[in-house]
Design a protein around this ligand. Structure first.
Ligand code: F6P
Length: 341
């Protein structure tokens, strides 16, 4: 069999572990040949690829990023490129293509699968918002990095009697905010699934100072928004891929809370540090298992599917399920926090 792999969309720790695992399983168990497309779908559309043998993936398990590179391709470009993708697949003699990516990548994967290409998807996203799998790799690393940052920020916030508003990743969902905030004992956690009321948030943070505490940590997911009409808010607009271009909720919240509480409030934006660097052991294991199962699925002819973690087992889920809806923080999970806003 000849298998093509690509990594697309925002990068995330564990991508190299998937690439390595695909090559190891395909080459050693099946005698397959593997190639990697450079920079995601762009590589497939342009016929830009490199051979992936055991040497090529040696030493990459713990490396962050992706040795293949990544890019974003606009949906219209991809729709126009279906014929080219089909031509390159045939010309390269590919029996399977394994795209590794998040929501946008899996939508593209579904489009190409519907056009007849032999696709086996692997989901990734630091945001952990893909509904068809319990967990995506990259999430554990992001939570670990954010938790460590929050632990550090607490000590400096306390020294200076500040309110620190810490913005973490999470375009549509607040999983990183919820988990890192819970792990670090944040005093308020604000998520996109639950538009916040600035009066309530002010009360929660204010109560902490009234009780004699001299600092507060608020964790906010980048996609969080105030309840309609409750506070002036700059939404930021959209980029060329249709993704929201956030205008900085932490900065806006810090200004508002400082004004309302009369306490110094500073924004801290963790940004891409959350998805850079080496993956945690959990993410390496999940990514490695996904790669292994993707190869097995290709050999069974399970196309139009993607790997998914359900409980402790890896299953195959239809790509259609992956893109149907996002997995948000449920009211039940949010209610488990003691200080909710
Ligand atoms: O989709 C994952 C994610 O980490 C989002 O939380 C974030 O908004 C986005 O990627 C940012 O990616 P980039 O800066 O590469 O556009």
């Amino acid at each position: 069999m000849r298998i093509g792999v690509l990594t697309s969309g925002g990068d995330c720790p564990g991508l190299n572990a998937v690439i390595r695992s695909v090559v190891h399983r395909a080459v050693t168990a099946h005698g397959d040949e593997v190639i990697g497309f450079r920079d995601g779908w762009r590589g497939l559309l342009a016929g830009d690829w490199t051979k992936l043998d055991l040497d090529a993936v040696s030493g990459i398990l713990a490396r962050g990023g992706t040795i293949l590179g990544s890019s974003r391709v606009q949906p219209a470009q991809l729709r126009d490129g279906v014929d080219r993708a089909r031509e390159h697949t045939a010309a390269l003699g590919l029996d399977a293509i394994v795209p590794v990516g998040g929501e946008g990548t899996l939508k593209a994967a579904r489009l190409l699968s519907n056009a007849g290409l032999p696709i086996v998807g692997v989901p990734k996203t630091t945001d952990n918002d893909i509904a068809a799998t319990d967990v995506t790799f990259g999430f554990d690393t992001a939570v670990t990095v954010a938790t460590e940052a929050l632990d550090r920020l607490k000590t400096t916030a306390e020294s200076h009697q500040r309110v620190l508003i810490v913005e973490v990743m999470g375009r549509h969902t607040g999983w990183i905010a919820l988990h890192a905030g819970m792990a670090a004992g944040a005093h308020a956690i604000v998520v996109p699934e639950r538009p916040f009321d600035i009066d309530e948030l002010t009360t929660v943070v204010g109560r902490r100072f009234e009780s004699g505490k001299r600092f507060a940590i608020v964790v906010v997911a980048e996609g969080a928004k105030p309840r309609e009409g409750s506070m002036a808010f700059d939404g930021g607009g959209a980029d060329i891929y249709g993704h929201e271009r956030f205008a900085g909720i932490a900065r806006q919240l810090a200004d508002e809370l400082e004004h309302r509480l009369g306490k110094e409030a500073r924004p801290v934006i963790l940004g891409h540090v959350q998805r850079g660097g080496t993956p945690t052991a959990y993410d390496r294991v999940l990514a490695t298992r996904f790669g292994w199962h993707a190869v097995e699925a290709a050999h069974r002819g399970d196309f139009g599917m993607m790997t998914a973690l359900r409980g402790t087992e890896i299953m195959m889920a239809p790509l259609a399920d992956a893109i149907r809806s996002l997995k948000g923080v449920s009211a039940g999970r949010y209610a488990e926090l003691s200080t909710v806003v």
